[in-house]
Design a protein around this ligand. Sequence first.
Ligand code: FEO
Length: 394
Amino acid sequence: MKPREFAPGIFTVGYIDWDRRLFDSLIPLPDGTSYNSYLIKGSEKTALIDTVDRLVPQSLLDNLTSLGIERIDYVIANHAEPDHSGALPQVTARYPEAKIVCTERCKGMLIDLFGLAAEKFKTVNDRETISLGNRTLEFIHAPWVHWPETMLTYLKEDKILFPCDFFGSHLATTDLYVTDEGQVYEAAKRYYAEIMMPFRTTIQNNLQKIQGYEFKIIAPSHGPMHKKPDFILKAYHSWAYDEPSNIVVLPFVSMHGSTGKMVDYLVGALAQRGVAVKQFDMSVADIGKLAIALVDAGTIVIGTPTVLAGPHPAAVYAAVLANALRPKAKFASVIGSYGWGGKAVETIASLIPNLKVEIIPPVLCKGQPRETDYQALEKLAETIAQKHKESGFK
Ligand code: FEO
């Protein structure tokens, strides 16, 4: 993608990765992504905000060449992760006068990642500013968005926030700004769920920290920019602060159909009681969709057969993922079947210590579910519905 000037002297110089389908070797990217990098020309100095992924450094160098950039004074590294810092070695080699501006912790991480020389860095404190002449950059430390070293950069005169991952979305598009809010909402929620949700409390702190600022544009380092910042600010506020919803998220796997029958029954019993269910067959599920659903879940129920004396590995994956993502669900349970015994429930329960949930008694059946098992599932549905009601989940 060629550079585009979206404000006088401010250009997008990043890369749109239309074909990337997996991030961190974990997160499905159905719509690709982008590594946004921004060039800001001041009357005296020039700054580059973030770089691009380590796989595509030449794209950034080519864009800087096409703009005729002969000097860069500051390369702002909001975040050390290599999808944004990956071209630092090449950029600082071409522009040896450039200082890498980052937090002290980020400096250590970038030295570890790329072996960059310590003298190339200028570390900045929270709220410190750097003048570009007629423009001023302010650095707002924002730890755990989503690594401990992160900061945001605010271009004061233009009222543009460059928050790197914060408010970003994995979405490849030629749109400079959000046009399809529904599409961006889902992509941004997927991103929030998979990297921000585990740090929800610090996300709340960081949302509070930027409350006094006025934003004309929020320009993240993935996905389109926000010309209507309220859209994404409200979405983040809701994901981070709202109580869980009247929703059960039910990741499951079934080998010979018994657990599948239990899932079908429980889903019907919950729906009859007005509880929404989002079920995910773990043998085919997009775990990004599962993560999105977990943002709002009131209860998580894991469905698993017993195999080799324990839960099915695909169900274990769901439990480990939920434990890592730390959603705000308040209740959890397990359903499933077994042939001759095992410790499926104990194992699943031991895998979710991070979840602050009350465990509702599980329902396990031997072989195919029978009438007594369906009665137990009816009771489980009633208990969940009751607990959601008492908790005020909407
Ligand atoms: Fe987009 Fe945390 O890197």
